[in-house]
Design a protein around this ligand. Structure first.
Ligand SMILES: Cc1cc2nc3c(=O)[nH]c(=O)nc-3n(C[C@H](O)[C@H](O)[C@H](O)COP(=O)(O)OP(=O)(O)OC[C@H]3O[C@@H](n4cnc5c(N)ncnc54)[C@H](O)[C@@H]3O)c2cc1C
Length: 504
């Protein structure tokens, strides 16, 4: 029985949910509040330079492949994925440099050349990350999270080793100390906390699974950048009859007798009736705005008390000439990485000596920048203070100082680079907050404490029939692959609930 389903938001989680639900035969309509699809996976074009404004790295491509095929498309044909070699180039204070590649033996040799004897530690670490993946992440990800008991059963299916591993996980920074002597290589491990927006001294070592996902399963560059994935997926959805409407913010979800009935969309004279609503927006923002009638079910006070995950600040730079030793993905760590997390979480200011991540897609793909030029995206972590516009005013001293710091760090990698900047733009926490993420927090709640992965709001909202969350702020979490999987999980829940959802 086909249901009428509304998806609020055309971020990757919303588009994925729309793809899987339409494949099940439901009538799906997507309403996006801004003028473009993709949400955080955005794009900016300036004087012949093209920049991603959010994600730059695709992992777990198979999850996205499934969303494309559900929409009648083909990720490899519609977008095209390019493997990157090296996957990431790491620079450390004092000029040390290591290239990380998908082959663990080659990476171990690269490490040994710079940090004698640590290559074997890398291989042990990467094996441990694979075990975490098998024993903890797979059971966490293979089904929607409906409660501890179903999850525990899935863990136990993998044997007692899996249950034991879960009990003994400490924090990421402790894990880094356990495996590596070199402080630089500990930073490499600690940084995975930032992939979920956290501080490594408070984030579970379970997130070392990201090392397995990125370093072993591999990371890809989509042609056209990450934004192309959302744009093409929306094209495929429209071709199969799913309406994806931009400039259409949802103002209210109508809930009566404990179930969703309709949504009110700005610019639409009539209510849009529906059997189910998929919310692709941070639940706190939703509960404070268009879902105020479900604020109890969403437990708004608890959401508002959450510690926010990090936001970001990026300089988008069109530069003339060479980018020296920069690779497609380059990471440059500061001397004192610990300081970054004190700044972000205790002081709630942008790091004074930030790790900088530089993405140069023009090294891989033609047409991203004019001839003889490169597009650079230089990213640092920032506190989720996107609800304090005065902090991020373009003329403010805060931003001016941050720009000087970032450009200074860039010049340490490529002397004189900042003097060759032809085009400049910024992504600030205000831009992320404008998409409905509280304070611009990229991943909802900070992943702090051992139970953090389980604290995320569940995808099926108890207490309101027909209401589901498909957003990086809910289960299973943030990141393009995660939210795409989240959209798929929601379609599973809807199909379980199907008979209860049909309007009578
Ligand atoms: C700088 C940065 C770098 C990142 N790097 C990576 C990376 O390299 N790899 C990776 O995998 N992930 C990365 N991420 C994370 C990843 O981009 C996000 O987790 C993911 O894109 C979030 O998708 P989402 O489905 O939660 O929706 P979002 O992208 O948050 O989109 C939500 C959508 O809902 C819309 N909306 C809000 N309110 C309404 C309303 N009332 N009505 C209608 N529409 C509404 C918004 O406009 C928006 O389009 C990065 C994120 C950022 C910001």
């Amino acid at each position: 029985m086909a249901l009428d389903i509304v998806v609020i938001g055309a971020g990757m989680g919303g588009l994925s949910a729309a793809a899987h639900l339409s494949a099940q035969g439901h009538r799906v309509r997507v309403f996006e509040g801004t003028s473009r699809v993709g949400g955080k996976a955005g794009r900016r074009e300036l004087e012949g330079f093209r920049f991603d404004t959010g994600p730059t790295l695709l992992t777990m491509a198979d999850v996205v492949r499934r969303a494309f095929s559900a929409a009648g498309g083909d990720l490899d044909r519609d977008v095209g994925l390019v493997p990157i070699h090296p996957e990431t180039r790491y620079f450390f204070a004092g000029g040390k440099r290591v290239d990380l590649v998908q082959d663990a033996d080659e990476t171990a040799r690269n490490i040994d050349r710079v940090f004698a004897g640590e290559g074997a530690a890398y291989k042990r670490f990467i094996e441990h990350a694979a075990t975490i993946w098998r024993y903890a992440s797979e059971p966490y990800l293979e089904a929607p999270f409906t409660g501890y008991s179903a999850f525990t059963l899935r863990v136990l299916k993998r044997g007692l080793g899996a249950a034991k591993l879960g009990k003994n996980l400490g924090t990421l920074d402790a894990l880094a100390r356990e495996f590596f002597r070199a402080p630089e290589l500990r930073m490499f491990v600690e940084r995975f906390a930032t992939y979920v927006g956290g501080d490594p001294s408070l984030t579970s070592a379970a997130y070392a699974n990201i090392a397995h996902v990125e370093c072993t399963m591999g990371a890809m560059h989509p042609r056209g950048g990450m934004a192309a994935i959302a744009l093409r997926l929306a094209d495929r959805l429209r071709e199969r009859g799913v309406s994806v409407t931009t400039d259409a913010p949802v103002r209210e979800v109508v809930i009566e007798s404990g179930r969703v009935r309709a949504v009110r969309v700005e610019g639409h004279a009539e209510l849009v009736p529906c059997d189910a609503v998929i919310v692709n927006v941070d639940p706190q923002t939703a509960a404070e705005t268009f879902l105020s009638r479900a604020s109890d079910a969403l437990d708004l006070p608890a959401l508002a008390r959450r510690e926010r995950s990090v936001s970001c600040y990026a300089l988008l730079l069109g530069v003339e000439g060479s980018v020296g030793e920069l690779a497609h993905h380059t990471l440059y760590f500061p001397q004192d990485y610990r300081r970054e997390f004190v700044d972000l979480f205790r002081e709630k200011v942008a790091p004074t000596q930030p790790a900088i991540y530089v993405n140069v897609p023009s090294l891989t793909e033609k047409g991203v920048a004019p001839e003889g030029c490169h597009s650079l995206y230089v990213l640092v972590n920032a506190p989720a203070t996107g609800d304090q516009p005065e902090r991020w005013s373009p003329d403010g001293t805060h931003i001016q100082a941050l720009d000087r710091t970032i450009l200074g760090r860039l010049d340490e990698l490529v002397p004189g680079l900042s003097s060759r900047v032809r085009v400049r733009s910024r992504v600030t926490p205000l831009d992320i907050a404008a998409l409905g993420s509280v304070g611009g927090a990229i991943y909802g709640e900070a992943p702090h404490g051992p139970t953090a992965p389980f604290r995320r709001p569940k995808q099926r909202v108890d207490g309101v029939r027909g209401l589901y969350l498909a957003t990086g702020s809910a289960h299973p979490g943030g990141g393009v692959a995660m939210v795409t999987l989240g959209g798929e999980h929601v379609s599973t829940l809807v199909s379980q609930d199907q008979s209860a959802l049909a309007r009578r």
